[in-house]
Design a protein around this ligand. Structure first.
Ligand code: C5P
Length: 306
């Protein structure tokens, strides 16, 4: 069985406050893109779960979200001796703010549910996913979604934005720790966090209005807000450089950092203009040591393809 695990970008990431569980209360808009990892599953009779990867720098031990997803699913199915060999082909850069690890975990849940014939509903898989990481439910469903709560509460946006494309850039030698980025945000801005559910809901309402796609075609694309960019950009040269180059690209609508970074992207009206802008800036990007991709918006999340 082969399953595709797409990356995501953040079209909005707003830290609303601090939750009882120590996580941050978020209001986000996440978007799947067609940069994707793939997982190949083959059966094994000895009841073991094994993972190999074409990227030797990635841990394939029990801490990998694919292994955690497989173990959780097997436990929930009554602890039967279900085995699998998984081979992961990595395309999504690691530690990049693109939810690569979460999407791999999400793909493992969806694929193994079918591979082992467990019959869990999608909603149940999303709930299991949220126990492993805040972004897993989004990665299962994908497309364009509001993500509230820790990031696990989804509300779909009608997707009439499928012609949009991005240029995505990342320094291959730089990664950012997500807990560090949230920790820095709390340190710098924690005192001004909203305190009540009513104030959280007010911000969610404003975001629902702002990302009403039919209004967007009249008003133009919203300026992208990423609160983590406010703490990551000042101390990460690669982010500053990426944003500078992206902003200079012809026909770009808007640019921002994704998630906790360091990857950054610019949005273009269509794939051709993104490709053209990337080609024109390739020398500049290469001399800045940045790797770049041209990607389309994708209307879905993880998908079993064979
Ligand atoms: O849920 P996930 O494992 O992706 O979160 C990684 C880390 O990011 C958490 O341990 C936490 O430090 C931070 N985080 C947070 N609030 C969220 C999501 C993540 O503080 N809503």
């Amino acid at each position: 069985m082969r399953v595709i695990a797409p990356a995501k970008i953040n079209l909005h990431l707003e830290v609303l406050g601090l939750r009882q569980d120590g996580f941050h209360e978020l209001a986000m808009v996440m978007q799947s893109i067609d940069l994707a990892d793939s997982l190949e599953l083959t059966s094994r009779e000895d009841g073991l779960i094994s993972l190999d990867c074409d990227d030797p720098t990635l841990s394939t031990d029990g801490d990998n979200l694919i292994c955690r997803a497989a173990s959780l699913l097997r436990n929930r199915s009554g602890g039967r001796e279900l085995g699998v060999s998984i081979y992961l082909k990595k395309q999504i850069p690691i530690g990049a703010g693109l939810a690569g690890g979460s999407s791999d975990g999400a793909a493992a849940l969806v694929a193994l549910n079918s591979f082992w014939g467990l019959g869990f509903a999608l909603q149940e898989l999303e709930e299991m996913g949220s126990e492993i990481g805040s972004d897993l439910p989004f990665c299962i469903k994908g497309g364009t979604q509001f993500c509230f709560g820790r990031g696990e509460k989804l509300e779909p946006l009608p997707s009439n934005n499928n012609s949009l494309a991005i240029v995505l850039v990342k320094d291959p030698f730089v990664s950012v720790s997500t807990p560090w980025a949230y920790g820095q945000h709390k340190k710098k801005f924690g005192e001004s966090y909203f305190q009540t559910e009513a104030s959280f809901e007010k911000r969610r309402e404003l975001l629902r209005d702002e990302f009403n796609w039919s209004a967007i075609s009249d008003k133009g694309f919203p300026v992208i807000r990423n609160d983590l960019q406010r703490v990551v950009e000042p101390c990460t040269e690669a982010v500053k450089k990426s944003l500078e180059i992206l902003a200079s690209m012809p026909n770009s609508i808007v640019s921002a950092m994704s998630g906790s970074g360091p990857s950054c992207f610019a949005i273009f009206p269509d794939f051709n203009s993104a490709e053209k802008a990337l080609n024109q800036s390739q020398n500049h990007l290469t001399s800045a040591g940045l790797k770049a991709w041209c990607c389309s918006f994708k209307p879905e999340g993880v998908k079993i393809i064979s």
